[in-house]
Design a protein around this ligand. Structure first.
Ligand SMILES: *[C@@H]1O[C@H](CO)[C@@H](O)[C@H](O)[C@H]1NC(C)=O
Length: 191
C-alpha cells in the first residue's frame, strides 16, 4: 500500500515536471542585447547561419544559400525587414513588418500568408559586425524556433561561425539542425 502510494506520488511529480518543462519551452525567457539601439541595428545584413526546427528547413537546408536582409524603419514605427534570396534560380523578396514590443530588441510580426505569429529577439549584437537572433514561430498549435547569424559582410570569420554554433546549441538546437549558408553572388550583391 505504502509502495503504491509512493509510486503514485512519483508519477504525479514526474508529470508535473514534464508539464512545467513544456511550458518553459514555449515561454522560454530569451535574453536580449542590453541597451539595444535600433538606429544602429538597421541597415543591410547577410544571413550566414541558420538553425531551425521547421520541417521545410530541415528538408531544404543542403540547398540553401546566404540571403540578404534589409531593415528600414517605417514612418509608423515598425521596422520593414525585406529578405532577398534565390529560389528556383530566381530572386525573391519577402517583407515582414516588425512591430516593437515593450522590450527593446524584441519584435513581433504576423505572416498573413502563412497564418503564423513570430517573436524575434536580438539576443546579441555589436551592430557593426554581427548579430545573433532567436525567432519563435507559432502556427496553430505548432511551435518552431529559429536561430540566425547576421553578418554585415558576406565573409565571416571562423570564430564568429563557431560562436553562432555555440549560441544555437545553447538554445537546444542539435548539430543536424544548424547550417552555415554558403556564399553566393546571386540576388545579393554587396553594396
Ligand atoms: C519594405 O521595403 C521594401 C524594400 O525596401 C519595399 O519595396 C516595400 O514597399 C516596403 N514595404 C512596406 C510595407 O513598407
Amino acid at each position: 500500500m505504502m509502495a503504491m502510494g509512493l509510486l503514485w506520488m512519483g508519477l504525479a511529480l514526474l508529470q508535473a515536471l514534464e508539464t512545467q518543462a513544456q511550458m518553459e519551452d514555449i515561454h522560454q525567457k530569451i535574453p536580449l542585447q542590453p541597451d539595444f539601439q535600433e538606429d544602429k541595428f538597421i541597415g543591410a545584413w547577410y544571413s550566414v547561419g541558420l538553425a531551425s526546427t521547421f520541417p521545410w528547413f530541415l528538408k531544404k537546408k543542403a540547398e540553401l544559400t546566404m540571403c540578404k536582409s534589409v531593415l528600414t524603419p517605417e514612418a509608423d514605427g515598425t521596422v520593414n525587414l525585406t529578405a532577398t534570396f534565390i529560389r528556383n534560380n530566381q530572386c525573391e523578396s519577402r517583407t515582414s513588418l516588425l512591430r516593437k514590443t515593450e522590450e527593446p530588441g524584441h519584435y513581433v510580426y504576423k505572416s498573413i500568408k502563412w497564418e503564423s505569429d513570430h517573436n524575434v529577439y536580438v539576443v546579441e549584437t555589436n551592430y557593426e559586425e554581427y548579430a545573433l537572433l532567436y525567432t519563435s514561430k507559432t502556427k496553430g498549435n505548432s511551435h518552431f524556433n529559429m536561430a540566425t547569424l547576421y553578418s554585415r559582410t558576406k565573409d565571416v570569420k571562423t570564430e564568429l561561425k563557431e560562436r553562432f554554433i555555440r549560441f544555437a546549441k545553447s538554445h537546444g538546437f542539435t548539430e543536424d539542425t544548424i547550417v552555415i549558408l554558403p556564399k553566393t553572388d546571386h540576388c545579393i550583391d554587396e553594396k
